[in-house]
Ligand binder design. Structure first.
Ligand SMILES: C[S@@+](CC[C@H](N)C(=O)[O-])C[C@H]1O[C@@H](n2cnc3c(N)ncnc32)[C@H](O)[C@@H]1O
Length: 307
């Protein structure tokens, strides 16, 4: 199937293919199928592998079903949250798990999704079935809760000031669109390199889609699958996410799970799930960043589970 307008350029594709290149046959779960770029590249790289692709965004699922239809039963596509879907997969030959966390370019660019600064909606839901939208967060959250998400998810320095201003403004008239919100923020926050509303929008998006909670549950559920000799590859775009991945991989690699204050090891010192393959995360080279600026903040971490 040839699709002329592929709305998303995947990041670190060469590095992802390299990471899974030792898999001779079996199934790779692509937890963030998106527009199928990574999955298609993996399916083309080896005729003996299958893909199970998951996405919570219905439009991504529909697009990828078309894109991957020529691979027949080598590509199975599931619609839902990766944290729910991954534990339901019963395949016995899972040899890889890939997650390319975050939003797709189409989600950001499509005016009907309410992620972008100039959208007429204030939505930001990756999954339309999600009961919480950006409008609920901006117009309904208590000031302290807004401060917390701007501080923790956006790392916004003036988080108190902007939460206070939003609460006062919405008391006069609730925010009805992303456009209104971004121009309001631009009047009150200064920023040289990025749009002044970037970090606030990022924080709201993370909250609406519970992105950090999803990542933590995903990692827990991958661990619970107890995979043998499988590669786990996680790409993240946010330092908080990268920290969560790094911490989980460190936990997974530990043999000793005794409490830190234990006098001596009493756990048999054999609890490691495998080894960390990337001491430091893999990042994109200048070439890729030149072609796809979104790759600038991508970090890929790899883990190999034991035999
Ligand atoms: C960066 S894009 C992935 C792009 C994909 N690798 C490609 O090659 O086109 C991230 C995708 O993950 C999906 N996503 C994010 N969080 C999710 C979750 N918790 N469960 C399922 N899908 C999720 C988004 O809807 C989006 O389509």
């Amino acid at each position: 199937m040839i699709l002329n307008d592929i709305p998303h350029t995947p990041v670190l594709t060469k590095e992802v293919l390299e990471a899974f290149s030792d898999i001779k046959q079996g199934t790779i779960i692509d937890c963030t199928l998106g527009y199928g770029g990574h999955s298609e590249a993996l399916l083309k790289s080896n005729d003996n592998i299958k893909i199970i692709g998951i996405d919570q965004d219905e439009s991504a699922v529909l697009f990828s079903k078309k894109r991957l239809e020529d691979f027949g039963d080598r590509a199975t596509i599931l619609h839902g949250r990766f944290s729910d879907m991954i534990s339901k997969i019963k395949s016995i030959d899972i040899k890889g798990v890939l997650a390319d966390i975050g939003v797709s370019s189409l989600q950001l660019d499509d005016k009907k999704r309410g992620f972008g600064f100039d959208c007429d909606l204030l939505d930001m839901r990756m999954d339309k079935r999600n009961p919480l939208s950006a409008e609920d967060v901006v117009n309904g959250y208590e000031k302290e809760k807004l401060e917390e998400i701007f501080k923790n998810y956006g790392e916004v320095r003036e988080y108190r000031k902007i939460a206070d201003l939003i609460v006062k403004e919405r008391a006069k008239k609730p925010f009805a669109s992303a456009k209104e919100l971004s121009s309001f923020i631009s009047k009150h926050l200064r920023s040289k390199k990025i749009h002044p509303a970037t970090l606030i929008f990022q924080a709201i998006r993370i909250e609406v889609n519970d992105e950090l909670g999803e990542l933590k549950r995903l990692l827990k559920n991958i661990r619970d699958l107890n995979l043998s000799n499988a590669t786990v590859a996680i790409i993240s775009f946010h330092s908080l996410e990268d920290r969560i991945v790094k911490k989980s991989f460190k936990e997974w690699s530990k043999n000793c799970i005794c409490p830190p204050n234990a006098f001596r090891c009493e756990c048999e010192n054999n609890h490691s799930f495998g080894e960390i393959l990337t001491k430091r995360p893999i990042t994109a080279g200048d070439d890729e960043i030149g072609r796809n600026p979104r790759a600038r903040s991508a970090k890929l971490r790899l883990f190999k589970t034991k035999l």
